[in-house]
Design a protein around this ligand. Structure first.
Ligand SMILES: Cc1cc2nc3c(=O)[nH]c(=O)nc-3n(C[C@H](O)[C@H](O)[C@H](O)COP(=O)(O)OP(=O)(O)OC[C@H]3O[C@@H](n4cnc5c(N)ncnc54)[C@H](O)[C@@H]3O)c2cc1C
Length: 267
């Protein structure tokens, strides 16, 4: 067995994937539940997508369930999404269902990849790319990336970029991509203040209801999903219930698909 051949196999395969991801239709920041759900529904429709995840592992806050008890709770609508991913759920009571957090994370990741999503771990999104659109407005046209190890080590290393027609911010409660846009382009997000409004204290029902309204194009070319959507639009956190994250990911995919369809028609 030739060790160098093994190394060559890893590097050639990785770089083939990475080169393929340099120009995509949708780029997703964050491989938590909302990002991976969006990735699956887009890839299933044949959309070319790439997901960039900062951590070594995917799943965001899902593997930890609630307070490290690795079970997740979803409501009826969330259960239907888990059914599509073939995740087993058990009825608890009052329209609530429980699933194993690790089964859910594994299924989301497996289905997204098998549908054609290209998922990269250990890569952080540190900026966005912008261009002026035909209407004279700035539009987000891609992501600026670096190895997570570079930012964790605070090394002074220039990043690389990927181009995409649509970006989805699925970075969780920090809403990192939206925060970058607000800081660098100015407070021009489509919120009532133009800025990130900040997540409110826990109120599960309100948070779960509002997350779908908050999943939208928040800046030209940028859709916000999952916990980031509630943080950006000033809605409450919802605690350890994950249905909203799945539904928001699905909604973000629908919005992105619609944008891509309109663009194709205009071409
Ligand atoms: C640190 C943390 C804080 C949480 N805080 C809350 C909270 O305040 N309220 C609440 O209701 N629930 C919170 N949760 C719990 C719960 O896990 C979330 O409700 C749920 O997981 C959110 O799903 P999501 O897909 O929106 O984001 P997450 O599950 O948080 O996934 C986001 C993913 O994006 C990645 N990411 C973030 N920034 C970047 C970047 N710049 N580049 C690349 N990848 C990036 C993260 O590593 C993560 O994997 C938190 C979870 C975690 C891990």
């Amino acid at each position: 067995m030739d060790e160098v051949l093994i190394s060559r196999a890893i590097m050639e395969s990785y770089f083939k994937n990475f080169l393929d991801a340099l120009d995509v239709e949708v780029a997703i920041a964050g491989a938590g539940p909302s990002g991976m759900t969006a990735a699956y529904y887009l890839a299933r429709e044949g959309v070319k997508i790439a997901v960039f995840e900062r951590q070594l592992r995917v799943g965001g806050g899902m593997p930890g369930g609630g307070m490290m008890f690795n079970c997740i709770v979803v409501q009826e609508e969330g259960r239907r999404v888990l059914d599509e991913f073939e995740v087993r759920t058990k009825k608890y009571k009052d329209g609530l269902y429980v699933a194993h957090a690790l089964e859910a994370v594994s299924a989301l990741c497996l289905k997204a990849i098998k549908a054609g999503a290209n998922i990269f771990n250990l890569i952080s999104v540190e900026d966005v790319m912008i261009r002026e659109s035909a209407s004279g407005r700035d539009v987000i046209t891609g992501l600026v990336l670096n190895w997570s190890a570079v930012s964790w080590s605070k090394l002074h290393v220039d990043p690389l970029t990927v181009r995409s027609r649509v970006v989805i911010d699925a970075t969780g409660h920090d809403g990192e991509v939206c925060r970058i846009v607000s800081r660098k382009i100015g407070p021009r997000l489509r919120t009532s203040t133009g800025d990130i409004m900040g997540e409110k204290s826990m109120w599960s029902e309100k948070g779960e209801r509002e997350i779908l309204e908050n999943t939208k194009e928040v800046y030209p070319g940028l859709i916000v999903a999952g916990m980031a959507a509630n943080a950006v639009f000033g809605s409450p956190r919802m605690g350890a219930i994950f249905g909203g994250m799945l539904l928001s990911g699905k909604r973000a995919a629908e919005i992105a698909l619609e944008k891509l369809r309109v663009e194709r028609l205009l071409k």
